[in-house]
Design a protein around this ligand. Structure first.
Ligand code: URA
Length: 433
């Protein structure tokens, strides 16, 4: 088989066979197909599309490009969650203990990734002593003992996606539904869970700019998940910074406030929605309404927070920090971002807020970058809020006054403020099951 023929076939809008797709994925993973040919094929896929069968074949070939996790030694239903990428997204820190407290098993392996703030495992390292590098045996043992473990990726999962995603990033081929679906679902399938919930972001700053595109992505993700034999649900949500905190330890603190029952709002709502989908699909609750009640009770009676403490303790972290957040890293400088206009918040550019966190040192520009867990920002105004010139838009947490001043300037520029009142848009835009 020749790669040129496969490229031409897709360029002409024809359907690729399972053999052709497998040839491409295997050849590219092994380094036998060069980047320039793969780039051409990725662009042809972006322009011509793939039908569901091709998307499923691509997903399976990518899943099988490396190791897959064997979770058969874990008793019970195992769940996993993925978000297509949000700023201030600390959902996993809340959702995982919430559902584990109800008996669903969370065996989550995550890569560190690049981004505005760290990934979930970076955030968990805010707990003094927390070990994200536990062995696979200890990982399985913890899930069986506590119902939850979250660790850095040890197995060589989905190497095809690592190479393809890096190439897509520099060839303008990220926003293609079949490529996004195969990228996300191949990783989730390799990680071995029975139930998969997906948070699909919609709006400016996300891959899917319109509600229609986000729904189409959600429908394709769930369809491929089901065809692969997994219970899969997608929740479509608005791409605005999630909750108030952006930055690793600050997000952990906010997650603890939610688990404590001190903090309500869209972040709790999202975790209840995703969690209800998991409990229902896992067969632990009869329906979403019953599942929500169980999850709310887990917050009221402290069992969800205790589950977070068990996760931390099980991985050598200091569980006292769950109940006393002054033990988490704290930046030395705090500065208010003084608003220079009066009006109503119409939009907060999530990507730009992420760059403020990056500027402070809270994110990773290259794989080698070291993250500062203590820095970040707390947004005090969200979309729909009224603001007066001189009021604070948010608090900057920085290592120096200089860095804080620059960050405050940047944060001011993230806000679109208009003279007339703004209606807050619905945060959850739909559920696809
Ligand atoms: N997230 C992924 O993991 N892959 C994509 O292609 C897009 C978002």
């Amino acid at each position: 088989m020749l790669m040129t023929d496969v490229i031409v076939k897709k360029r002409e809008g024809e359907k690729l066979s399972a053999e052709e797709i497998k040839f491409v994925v295997d050849g590219y993973t092994k380094g036998e197909i060069p980047d320039y040919q793969m780039s051409a094929l990725l662009m042809a896929i972006l322009l011509r599309g793939m039908d569901r069968e091709e998307t499923l074949e691509l997903t399976m070939a990518m899943r099988d490009s490396g190791e897959t996790l064997d979770l058969s030694a874990i008793k019970g239903v195992k769940a996993d969650k993925h978000s297509t990428g949000g700023v201030g997204d600390k959902t996993s820190l809340i959702l995982c203990p919430m559902v584990a407290a109800q008996g669903v098993k969370i065996a989550k392996m995550s890569g560190r990734g690049l981004g505005h703030t760290g990934g979930t495992i970076d955030k968990l390292e805010s707990f003094p002593g927390f070990n994200t590098g536990i062995s696979e045996e200890k990982f399985i043992e913890n899930v069986n003992s506590f119902g939850i473990a979250i660790a850095g990726q040890t197995a060589d999962l989905d190497p095809a996606d690592k190479k393809m995603y890096a190439l897509r990033d520099v060839t303008g081929t990220v926003p293609s539904i079949p490529l996004i679906v195969s990228s996300i679902m191949s990783k989730k399938l390799a990680a071995g869970a029975d139930v998969i919930v997906l948070d699909v972001k919609s709006g400016s700053g996300s891959f899917m700019k319109t509600a229609d595109d986000a729904r189409e992505l959600a429908e394709n993700l769930t369809a491929v998940g089901k065809l692969a034999g997994k219970k899969t649900v997608a929740v479509i949500t608005d791409m605005e910074p999630l909750g108030n905190a952006v930055g690793n330890a600050l997000e952990v603190k906010e997650a603890i406030e939610v688990l404590h029952g001190e903090k309500k709002g869209e972040l709790l709502e999202l975790c209840l929605t995703l969690g209800a989908c998991i409990l229902t699909e896992a067969g632990i609750a009869e329906n979403d309404a019953a599942a929500r009640k169980m999850l709310e009770k887990g917050i009221e009676d402290g069992s969800a927070l205790e589950k977070l403490a068990e996760l931390v303790e099980g991985q050598e972290g200091d569980r006292r920090a769950v109940f006393d957040t002054s033990l988490l890293p704290m930046a030395p400088v705090q500065l208010e971002t003084v608003c220079d206009r009066t009006g109503y918040v119409k939009h907060i550019c999530a990507d730009e807020v992420g760059l403020v966190s990056m500027h402070l040192g809270g994110g990773r520009a290259t794989k080698e970058s070291v993250i500062d867990l203590s820095v970040g920002l707390i947004l005090k105004k969200k979309v729909g809020d009224a603001v007066t010139a001189g009021e604070s838009l948010g608090t900057i947490h920085a290592q120096s006054v200089e860095a804080a001043k620059k960050a405050a300037e940047m944060l001011n520029a993230c806000y679109t403020i208009v003279p007339d009142p703004v209606e807050k848009p619905a945060f959850i835009k739909g559920i696809v099951r």
